[in-house]
Structure formats: C-alpha cells, structure tokens
Design a protein around this ligand. Structure first.
Ligand SMILES: [Zn+2]
Length: 141
C-alpha cells in the first residue's frame, strides 16, 4: 500500500467504465517508473460516488479515474449479454426490491399505529448494523 494517494481529478486520466482501454492498457507511472495494469496491479480506492480511483502501488501517484457506469448503461450492457453486467444487474435488482418493499410496507401515518392501553409508553431504542457512525443507522425497538 502506498503511503499516500495523490488523486487530483484535474491531472489524472479519466476513463468511462465500459471503455475497455483502461482494462487492457499497461499504465506507466511517470514519477517512479512502475508499470502495470489498473485492475490487477494498481491500488484502487473508491473515494466518492463518481468512480474508482487508481494509483501507483509504488509511490502513490494517481494513474487513472474510472467513472462508474450509470444504471441505464448497466442495464444496456446486461441486456447485451455481458456476464459481469448481468451479475451486477441482478444484485441491483435485489436492492431495488428491498427499497420497494420498504416503501410499500412502511407506516404512512399515525392512524396505522395500534391502540395501546395505559398513560405512558416506555421505548427502548437500539442501533444495529451501523458501521459508519455518521450514517443513517437502523433503529429498532
Ligand atoms: Zn509511481
């Protein structure tokens, strides 16, 4: 692992995910002379939602930025029979189904809450499945 990453979108080569040249090209680091392919040899980081950032494993200099495909591009690629795209498409469908069932089943108003007896309610709150402490979390009772 390189000690530091230098990933400047202004100075780094940018590729589209389905442009195969970035997969087949041997990249050469112009600072230290390291050479290799991105996926097999370089350091990869996903720093934000825009794509994968690759850097030299020897010195950390940024090599390339591969911009993520869009949902529509993935769909078209899957429909064309690409095995990787088909696999990703299926994974995406289960996420969409989960989101749809959440929208369908979530409470939409206070009239859906059950009638309860008594003057007061005691709740216990817990957060589960929370890896990123700044994230939304999952609250269960
Ligand atoms: Zn280097």
């Amino acid at each position: 692992m390189a000690e530091h990453l230098e990933l400047d979108p202004e100075s780094i080569s940018r590729f589209h995910y389905y442009d195969d040249t970035w997969r087949e090209t041997t990249f050469k680091c112009d600072r230290c002379g390291w050479a290799g392919r991105l996926r097999q040899d370089a350091e990869m980081e996903i720093l934000d939602a825009t794509g994968s950032w690759y850097s030299c494993p020897a010195c950390g200099k940024g090599l390339a930025w591969v911009v993520f495909r869009t949902y529509k591009e993935l769909q078209e690629k899957a429909e064309s029979g690409d095995p990787e795209a088909i696999k990703e498409w299926r994974t995406g469908q289960s996420v969409l189904q989960r989101r749809e069932s959440y929208e369908r089943e979530k409470l939409k108003g206070p009239d859906q809450l059950p009638e309860v007896d008594g003057e007061t309610l005691d709740f216990e709150w817990d957060i589960v499945g929370e890896e990123n402490k700044d994230g939304p979390g999952y609250i269960t009772s």
